[in-house]
Design a protein around this ligand. Structure first.
Ligand code: ADP
Length: 246
């Protein structure tokens, strides 16, 4: 169980999260929604431990993330977020960051699932190409490298920004297939942008100005007739579902 307890986080004077509580139960999908600037990315990055909360705690199996080594943490938590966290090293090393013992066959298999193997193989140095030196990848390609990394890590917990995963519109259908595979049997926190993800989530959390204002399943939140129900009805009256869009 991953537990977020009373978490507060500020960027300088800007308070991004105020006393957030959230539990991710094993094998469930939690959809995080809310307007731009409500704190969704901040919450996701704290769980991926890009930084620590100023107040409160985030724990995994009862142990504070601050007391878990980075290798253990990356065995347990994989992420596909706005910042693909690529390093100035070979593509092979970038994909195997969380699984340093992986063989090239395993790395290629993950890259194939993430729809990036063909592109890598077309580079003169293939998987040995050093990012930033031998090649530079587009935003969508970088995201697919980070998806390959998450596929290879095969961590039980996955923190993902759906918009980031679909940065590359051209490959939307293929990325959807990769994600379906990636999500199977995992504990997922998804910054959700697609209606189907939200409606089918085990738990929907609506963030507003750094606070979770509603949580429950789609049906529970419709019954509540609050913020979520309002957003959903607006969606039904429009052609696109755009919540939390940047
Ligand atoms: P969301 O993902 O819901 O759009 P964010 O977590 O990105 O929300 O942002 C929450 C708040 O924190 C916003 O007010 C935003 O302007 C601020 N913020 C986010 N990132 C930074 C940053 N790197 N520096 C300063 N303020 C930031």
């Amino acid at each position: 169980v991953l537990q977020v307890k009373d978490v507060t986080y500020s960027y300088g004077d800007t308070q991004a999260l105020k006393g957030v509580n959230l539990t991710l139960n094993p094998n469930t999908i939690t959809a995080l929604i809310g307007p731009s600037g409500s704190g969704k990315s901040t919450l996701a990055t704290l769980i991926a431990r890009f930084d620590d909360p100023q107040n409160g705690s985030i724990s995994l199996g009862g142990v504070d993330l601050r007391n878990i080594s980075s290798q253990t943490l990356y065995d347990k938590i994989a992420f596909v977020l706005q910042d693909p966290m690529l390093i100035n090293a070979s593509i092979q090393r970038n994909i195997s960051l969380a699984r340093q013992d992986a063989t090239i066959d395993e790395i290629r298999k993950a890259a194939k699932i993430a729809q990036i193997d063909d592109l890598i193989m077309s580079l003169p140095k293939g998987y040995d190409s050093v990012l930033g030196t031998d090649c530079s990848l587009s935003g969508g390609e970088s995201q697919r490298v980070s998806i390959a990394r998450a596929v290879l890590a095969d961590a039980p917990i996955l923190i993902m920004d759906e918009a980031t995963a679909f940065a590359d519109a051209e490959n939307e259908h293929l990325i959807q297939k990769a994600l379906d595979e990636l999500l199977r049997g995992k504990t997922v926190l998804m910054i959700a942008h697609r209606l189907s993800t939200v409606v089918h989530a085990d738990q929907i959390c609506v963030l507003e100005r750094g606070t979770i204002v509603e949580r429950g399943t789609h049906n529970e939140l419709l019954k509540l007739d609050g913020v979520y129900a309002h957003m959903f009805h607006e969606y039904q009256n429009s052609i696109s579902w755009r919540i939390g869009g940047k």
